[in-house]
Design a protein around this ligand. Structure first.
Ligand code: PMP
Length: 305
């Protein structure tokens, strides 16, 4: 099969100790570095699972064009896999999306359709569905918000990796919620493997600026979201997420994005309340993807805000 070895390079990401940021030495905090995936983010896992399932079911055939509304990591993961497997891909994204993100997608050979910037993600979703409705035979839309293979990818890969890498000693898993695929998939895995393991979701505040995460009071709630499946939710403020991402880079050498900062901020807060344990926190992508934002810019006192 085309691109097989690239697809096999997805997953098996490293788990590294976060020491000095923690104020509770009785708790180990381990960061799972999903930015080490070949497409640079956790989204390689669901993208692979969705494409393989669509091929197996016959929904995706070589004559079809993959179509998805996304400006983020899912688009990059799908574009990488489309290139490796020889599919055409069309991504619908808001006009305001950062230039480096568009450049990455263009490098992978994706066709980009811009939706009105002012309508943000909802506008891209609407336009993608309009394009699909005009010629449904031509396209295959993975639809990460409602595709059970998004959840399944974490049940089949991320969960077992955490279990093995900690030798079964993990007590808590912390992950941000975007589509919620990571949190729901991990919850299902640990409920079967060891129901004592607590899965903690990190949610951004309403009106947040953390790319990749979603507050579930926003207009579109993912169909795969199931609040009953995880144990606990922590709400994280933008400032804490950004500050934690900066400290991870400068004090730990872990250069991650905003949502990684949010998840680690939640993990640190959680660990402060525990007597002992091993907390695994999902760090979804790398800081490089945010160099055009002000995530790391304020570290330089001479730089304008
Ligand atoms: N962080 C980043 C940077 C992401 O791109 C995503 C995916 N939208 C997430 C976190 C959240 O992951 P999930 O969609 O599995 O909830």
């Amino acid at each position: 099969m085309k691109g097989e070895s690239l697809l096999q390079a997805i997953g098996s990401t490293p788990l590294v100790e976060i020491g000095t940021l923690s104020n509770n030495p009785a708790v180990r905090i381990l960061a799972k570095l999903e930015g080490n995936n070949p497409g640079g983010s956790v989204k390689d896992r669901p993208a692979r699972q969705m494409i393989l399932a669509a091929e197996a079911s016959g929904e995706l055939t070589p004559d079809k064009v993959i179509l998805e509304p996304t400006s983020g990591n899912t688009g990059i993961a799908l574009a990488m896999i489309a290139a490796a497997r020889g599919y055409r891909i069309k991504l619908v994204m808001p006009a305001c999306v950062s230039v480096e993100r568009r450049s990455v997608l263009e490098a992978y050979g994706a066709e980009i359709v811009l939706s009105p910037g002012c309508e943000a993600t909802d506008g891209a979703i609407r336009l993608a569905h309009k394009i699909l409705a005009q010629d449904p035979e031509r396209y295959y839309m993975p639809n990460q918000y409602s595709n059970p293979n998004n959840v399944l990818s974490h049940y089949l890969t991320t969960g077992p990796e955490i279990w093995e890498q900690t030798g079964g000693t993990v007590t808590h898993v912390v992950a941000g919620i975007g589509t919620s695929g990571t949190v729901i998939g991990l919850s299902r895995f640990f409920r079967e493997k060891n129901p004592e393991v607590r899965v903690v979701a990190v949610e951004p505040v309403l009106g947040h600026k953390i790319q990749g995460l979603k507050n579930m009071q926003e207009a579109i709630v993912p169909a795969i979201y199931d609040p009953a499946s995880y144990h606990h939710k922590l709400v994280v403020e933008d400032d804490d997420a950004f500050e934690t991402a900066r400290l991870l880079a400068s004090k730990q050498g872990i250069f991650c994005g905003m949502s990684g900062g949010a998840a680690v901020s939640g993990a640190l807060r959680l660990s402060g309340d525990l007597a002992s344990g091993t907390v695994v926190v999902i760090v979804p992508d790398r800081g490089d993807r945010y160099l055009s934002t002000n995530l790391f810019k304020s570290m330089c006192a001479d730089c304008p805000p």
